[in-house]
Design a protein around this ligand. Structure first.
Ligand code: GLN
Length: 560
């Protein structure tokens, strides 16, 4: 922060008309762009729903639950922020109206407001402002970018907007910036872009006392200056502050598009900030170098993701992004086939072979509940027998262990007690600390724990380190009673908790690549630093596809 500007600056990003217009990516991109000007930045999401966190929501409602190092279960936008900023966030970056309401009630019961009538203004709004300012001040950043979930006009979001209005009044004139992100609709019949929904949305925002400083309009087709001029006139925003953001081939292109549109310069100017040299690796050039690599791939890596929530791709967002990062590092684009695991629940081997016909490797990602487990175990078994590269993420590791037990330990009923409480071979069982747990929210084994890696294993070779620190979100684990039997049969516990009790990584020795982690490595993959487990997997998939090319008929991988 320049010495004449001691207090943090706040950028508020709201969305209009519909969700999914790219508000999260815009927020993350602006964060990265400000970093490229040498500024320190952090990001916060304000989610209007009344759940305390998305941890208890179905992935169909909310997509992936992103977990931070400190174990907060958060909105998937935090994943975008971490990936674009290459910065770890904490629970303080994820604020929901559920948390705010719960805390206001707790304070009321404690007697903090004794004698007062508790109201949205000022009690709820004060607490929102406390959370926003508290984060910026604790982190000592130059800029805090705050994204408001949902769209302007939602009943749930009103208290957040009122808190923002107050902050804009209380902070210095150049202390805050309001950016509104809306879609432009293309009408096929007349082949024109319509600005009216944006005009209405801005009107709604202004009725809440917030005049946007910048409008970013998402569009699927190019918009001419007629459109931006019209928006400028009707929304009271100078034409240079109306920017159009054309749908990009990759979300990672968005920072470059916004930079070209002048967003960074305008933001700095409006907030009275002076650019400094970027920290190492944070310049715009280093980002562009990476995105160029993304565009210049010369191979295709075909991966199947076999999970129970595949109809909603956002449920596995970080897995998809981690694959893209690892692919780019190997000049490969990743072609993902999404396979519904419960469709395979009673499938025989030929059916599984057909489902996997177009892929050279499989990932079984996280999941909860019985549905889909049998299909995933079937896939793991097929990968085991056919030497197909397999990466298991949390539940995918558990299913790999079950498949191995059924195939190689003569335990045909091996199972997880999550699916069969009375199985006579509970190779996956509840964590001890989970046995007495009765509440569902925030009670899993969550967040960052160290993992010790066993020398001379695949895991050790990939990490090239004795320790890894990875993020968790689970209740069940590898049952230690079976560990010796597994190891004798060739399934190694190559990563464990520090006390050696919990199996964190399991791998099959006699296989090109069959490895599962109890944690979620996908949450730590970054564009310019892909995750070693994903990189190892991609290498193995590329090797598999090259073998298949050399021996096209009935080929299996023989490169141990
Ligand atoms: N349902 C399993 C457990 O709770 C797996 C969790 C996951 O995949 N995140 O342990």
């Amino acid at each position: 922060m320049s010495s004449d500007e001691p207090s943090p600056k706040y950028i508020f990003i709201t969305g209009g008309v519909i969700s999914s217009v790219g508000k999260g990516i815009t927020t993350a991109s602006l964060g990265r762009l400000l970093q490229s000007r040498g500024l320190s930045v952090t990001v916060q999401k304000l989610d209007p729903y009344l759940n305390v966190d998305p941890g208890t929501m179905s992935p169909y409602q909310h997509g992936e639950v992103y977990v931070t190092d400190d174990g907060a279960e958060t909105d998937l936008d935090l994943g975008h922020y971490e990936r674009f900023l290459d910065q770890n966030l904490t629970a303080a970056s994820s604020v929901t109206m559920g948390q705010i309401s719960a805390e206001v009630i707790e304070r009321e019961r404690r007697g903090d407001y004794l004698g007062g009538t508790i109201q949205t203004v000022p009690h709820v709004t004060d607490l929102v402002k406390e959370r926003v300012r508290g984060l910026a001040e604790r982190e000592g950043v130059d800029v805090l970018i705050v994204e408001v979930g949902g769209t302007v006009g939602d009943i749930e979001g009103q208290a957040f907007l009122e808190a923002i209005r107050q902050m804009r009044y209380e902070e210095p004139r150049n202390g805050t910036l309001a950016i509104h992100v809306t879609p432009l609709f293309h009408l096929k019949a007349t082949d024109e872009l319509k600005t009216k929904p944006t005009q209405h949305s801005v009107r709604t925002l202004r009725s809440m006392g917030i005049q946007p400083d910048i409008i970013i309009s998402r569009t699927d087709i190019p918009a001419d200056s007629g459109i931006t001029d019209k928006l400028a006139l009707f929304c009271d925003v100078p034409a240079e502050a109306v920017m159009t953001l054309e749908t990009a081939s990759s979300i990672y292109q968005v920072p470059a598009i916004l930079e070209r549109a002048g967003l960074t310069d305008l933001t700095l100017e409006r907030l009275g900030l002076t650019a400094r040299p970027a920290q190492l690796g944070r310049s715009i050039d280093s980002w562009l170098e990476w995105t160029d690599r993304l565009a210049e791939t010369d191979r295709v890596c075909r991966v199947g993701i076999v999970g129970k929530y595949v109809e909603l791709r956002d449920a596995y967002l970080s897995v998809k992004e981690a694959l893209i990062h690892a692919g780019a590092q190997r000049s490969a684009s990743v072609d993902i086939t999404w396979i519904q695991s419960d469709d395979l629940d009673h499938a025989d081997q030929p059916e599984i072979a057909a489902a996997l016909a177009d892929v050279d490797g499989v990932i079984v990602p996280g999941g909860f509940g019985e549905r889909g487990i049998e299909g995933e175990v079937g896939v793991a078994r097929f990968a085991l027998e056919q030497d197909i590269p397999y990466l298991g993420l949390c539940r995918g590791m558990q299913n790999m262990v079950i498949a191995f037990a059924r195939e190689r330990l003569e335990l045909p009923n091996a199972n997880t007690t999550e699916a069969d409480e009375h199985t006579d071979a509970p190779v996956i069982a509840l964590l001890d600390e989970q046995r007495e747990v009765t509440e569902m929210g925030g009670t899993m084994r969550l967040g960052r724990y160290p993992c010790e890696l066993m020398p001379e294993t695949l895991a050790y070779r990939l990490y090239q380190s004795e320790f890894a620190y990875e993020r968790h979100r689970h209740r069940w684990e590898f049952n230690p009673q079976y560990r010796d039997r597994f190891e004798r049969a060739g399934l190694l516990a190559s990563g464990t908790s520090r006390d050696g009790e919990l199996v964190e990584i399991a791998e099959v020795c006699d296989h090109p690549f069959m490895l599962g982690s109890q944690f979620h490595p996908e949450l730590k993959s970054r564009p310019e630093r892909s995750h070693p487990l994903f990189l190892g997997f991609i290498d193995s998939v590329l090797a598999e596809s090259e073998t298949a090319l050399r021996h096209p008929v009935g080929a299996t991988n023989s490169s141990h």
